[in-house]
Design a protein. Structure first.
Length: 54
């Protein structure tokens, strides 16, 4: 709900598609529905969307 992603997109997430070196994580899926048009897909995951592991 905090990302604007569809449930299927969330289920297909892989750790290799995440850039976690910045404070806001960036998810770039390997494939998406508009890639054949040359569009990039980036989803920004802010502090509320990133799980906290304590």
């Amino acid at each position: 709900m905090l990302t604007g992603m569809r449930p299927g997109e969330v289920c297909k997430m892989h750790s290799c598609d995440l850039e976690v070196s910045v404070s806001v994580w960036i998810y770039r899926p390997a494939s998406h529905k508009t890639q054949h048009f040359g569009h990039a897909r980036e989803v920004y995951l802010g502090p509320q969307a990133v799980p906290v592991n304590d």
